[in-house]
Write a protein of this length. Structure first.
Length: 268
């Protein structure tokens, strides 16, 4: 019940009380016809009833006022609760937005970290040496070293002898103690021989014979030296190289080839 409705009820009750009092005053002369005592008694009763009604009205007013205050307090509490809920909803929406933003940032950072670690791992692997086998022996070479050697051989196999010679010379200058050094000098000698640089070929193959005598490339290097001397019309040195193969590397395919070539050149 609203405050206006309660006020309307109170006004109506007061109007009734006033009407009773008025009626009592007007009825007094009528009672005088029956005697003063009876009239006074009637008036006293009426006044007592009016007083009681006024008391009840005041109590009802007080009760209604209390109820109204409680209702207003409840309304205020409900309004405050609604405002609080609305505020919390807005705060939750804001927090959800922040959580979503942070989640996206975390995902982005995780991807960056994975990419960074992958790149770092790739770079570290590029710097790690490779365990391999060179001429039947276990060896360790740098990745860049292996890549340079493989690239030079690719050029040689493609008949790019000039490019191969240049690459092999660069390789030997950068990695003079490489496990591939014997083979690099051997292929350099073959590249120079193909370019008809016979003196250069002899010099490169002589490194193999002098420094890497135990290399399986050594007898083949001597064959190339002999062939280069033949091209230079120096059959004496050619025979000497072929005889060294037979003496130092018997029972090899190179020794068989050397023996055949000696037959052609003559033993002396």
């Amino acid at each position: 019940m609203t405050r206006d409705r309660l006020k309307e009820v109170g006004t109506t009750l007061r109007f009734l009380a006033a009407a009773v009092l008025t009626w009592g005053a007007l009825a007094a002369p009528a009672h005088a016809l029956f005697g003063d005592d009876e009239a006074r008694k009637a008036i006293v009763d009426l006044r007592a009833r009016v007083t009681e009604m006024e008391k009840q009205l005041r109590e009802k007013d007080a009760e209604l006022a209390t109820r109204l205050e409680r209702l207003e307090a409840a309304n205020r509490a409900q309004l405050e609760l609604a405002n609080t809920i609305d505020s919390q909803r807005r705060e939750i929406a804001s927090l959800r937005g922040q959580v979503e933003t942070l989640t996206n940032e975390v995902v982005t950072l995780q991807k960056r970290n994975r990419d960074l670690y992958a790149d770092l791992d790739s770079r570290m692997k590029a710097l790690e040496p490779i365990a391999t086998t060179v001429d039947g022996k276990p060896a360790t070479v740098d990745r860049a070293e292996q890549a340079a050697y493989d690239a030079a051989l690719t050029q040689f196999r493609a008949s790019d002898f000039r490019g191969a010679a240049s690459s092999l010379q660069t390789f030997l200058a950068r990695w003079p103690k490489s496990a591939h050094a014997a083979s690099a000098n051997y292929w350099l000698g073959n590249s120079l021989y193909a370019l008809k640089d016979y003196k250069g070929a002899i010099a490169a193959q002589q490194v193999v014979v002098d420094r890497y005598a135990d290399s399986p490339r050594a007898p083949d290097a001597l064959l190339n030296i002999a062939a280069s001397h033949v091209e230079l019309k120096d059959t004496s040195r050619a025979r000497a190289a072929l005889q060294k193969i037979i003496a130092d590397y018997p029972n090899t395919e190179s020794a068989k080839v050397a023996d055949e070539r000696l037959k052609v050149l003559g033993r002396r």
